[in-house]
Design a binder for this molecule. Structure first.
Ligand code: ZN
Length: 440
């Protein structure tokens, strides 16, 4: 969309539908695929030989959860503009044999995925979505995305009358306290697999003889994204970390000038350390660059000229807990994107890459904030350092300010998505990136 025609309401509305659609990392990758196809990107297959041409944007999906989209510039292919984010969010994942029939209840066993904040998972209407693999009647392996799309489970709190200390100290045992209730035990004792088979029959045309072999299924909250605050100052949703960044990058990449070389990367598995084939510590981006530029000399010089903006949410100041923050680096909502900085390189930002990002913000009159963690608290990390190390590329870690990170319902400022969109759009459209002089 040309600049000037986008406003916060339009952008947030589209963001909300993306969030609703993207109930698992696989669904997020699928939603990104649809945006890219609409914008004229065509798929590439990792299993086949590649042929890529300038001005013909392409994309790949690895392991159903990571997406790389790129365009080789028609005019300028000496440097890539790259924006990165991740498709996964912390939550509860079904165990391989989830059925637990306890007393009169049918419950489902879960593993905690990533650093989920568990308290907010109680008393929510939960559904289940993700990916299943199955064998076809001709003994081939196939996989499909599935989504129950209705509230099928809940984790009720224990009443305060039975836990008088609940408001003073609430500890959660993740093995026994957060088992979602799926229903009451039926006479026929239908298993989760039976229900999954019924769902599949409704959603997917399965042939007789199909057998479910395994699944990657996650619980998610049914509540829709929306505005909150007397003046609608905030937006709230599940999975804002980091589907907000995925959507905004996809949106600007769709409009990017094909004269320039550019790339979108949305990795999976960031929340569990990025070490996987589709994670930032895997070889995904390296492989893509090697296949676009088989000549190492050409590849290395292009990477040395390129710039990566890694986008993931940042911590805004929580008014009830100001002591948790470095008081010289207060981060506010609706006050522009945040540069994330850490002396121990938990973030990829350096004085050079911070400077480059600040120039992009200044040119669009977008305010920019700087975050550091307190020295007496551990700093989180994201995909920036791993990607920068793998590629040997200049990189910066940024993100919009947010509260309740890793809760089942997170929040940010209603104006923050558009500010991030404006800066990233400028990054992809600018004639040339600001020059960085080599140190030798
Ligand atoms: Zn994140």
């Amino acid at each position: 969309m040309p600049e000037g025609t986008m406003n916060s309401q339009t952008l947030n509305k589209k963001l909300f539908s993306f969030l609703e659609e993207s109930t698992s990392p696989f669904h997020a990758a699928n939603a990104l695929k649809n945006i890219l196809i609409q914008a004229g990107f065509t798929p590439l297959n990792e299993h086949q030989k590649w042929s890529v041409q300038p001005g013909k944007p392409r994309f790949i999906i690895r392991e159903d959860g990571a997406v790389v989209a790129f365009n080789i510039g028609k005019k300028d292919n000496s440097q890539f503009r790259i924006a990165a984010s991740h498709t996964d969010s912390p939550g509860l994942k079904l165990k391989p044999k989830p059925d637990l029939f306890q007393k009169s209840y049918h419950q489902l066993g879960v593993e905690v995925y990533g650093g989920a904040l568990l308290n907010p998972w109680f008393d929510r209407e939960l559904s289940i979505s993700g990916r299943i693999s199955f064998s076809t009647p001709s003994c081939q392996l196939d996989s499909k995305l599935v989504d129950f799309r209705r509230p099928v489970a809940i984790i009720p709190s224990i009443a305060i009358h039975l836990d008088r200390e609940a408001n003073r100290e609430k500890k959660i045992n993740p093995q026994k306290d957060i088992l979602p209730i799926f229903g009451l035990t039926s006479k026929r004792k239908q298993s989760f697999a039976d229900h999954l088979q019924t769902l599949l029959a409704e959603q997917i045309d399965l042939k007789n003889g199909t057998e479910i072999l395994s699944f990657d299924l996650f619980f998610y909250e049914m509540k829709k994204p929306g505005y909150v605050g007397i003046n609608k100052d905030f937006i709230v949703s599940s999975r804002l970390d980091n589907l907000l960044s995925c959507y905004i990058i996809a949106s600007v990449v769709s409009q990017a000038d094909k004269d320039n070389s550019f790339m979108l990367i949305c990795n999976n598995h960031e929340e569990i350390g990025s070490l996987s084939a589709s994670g930032a510590q895997g070889n995904l981006l390296e492989t893509v660059f090697k296949r676009i530029y088989p000549d190492p000399e050409e590849r290395y010089s292009i990477l040395a000229n390129s710039f990566l903006i890694s986008v993931d949410n940042a911590h805004a100041l929580h008014p009830n807990f100001p002591e948790k923050y470095d008081s010289s680096h207060d981060i506010e909502l609706n006050t522009g994107p945040v540069l994330k900085i850490n002396a121990n390189h938990k973030y990829a930002s350096t004085s050079i890459s911070n400077g480059l990002f600040k120039i992009l913000c200044q040119e669009k009159r977008i305010p920019v904030q700087e975050f550091v963690m307190r020295n007496d608290m551990a700093c989180g990390s994201t995909i920036g350092p791993a990607t920068a190390a793998k590629l040997g590329i200049k990189a910066v870690d940024v993100g919009i300010a947010s509260l309740a990170m890793h809760s089942i319902r997170e929040m940010t400022g209603a104006k923050d998505p558009l500010m991030l969109h404006t800066v990233l759009n400028h990054f992809f459209q600018r004639d040339q990136l600001p020059q960085v002089y080599a140190s030798i």
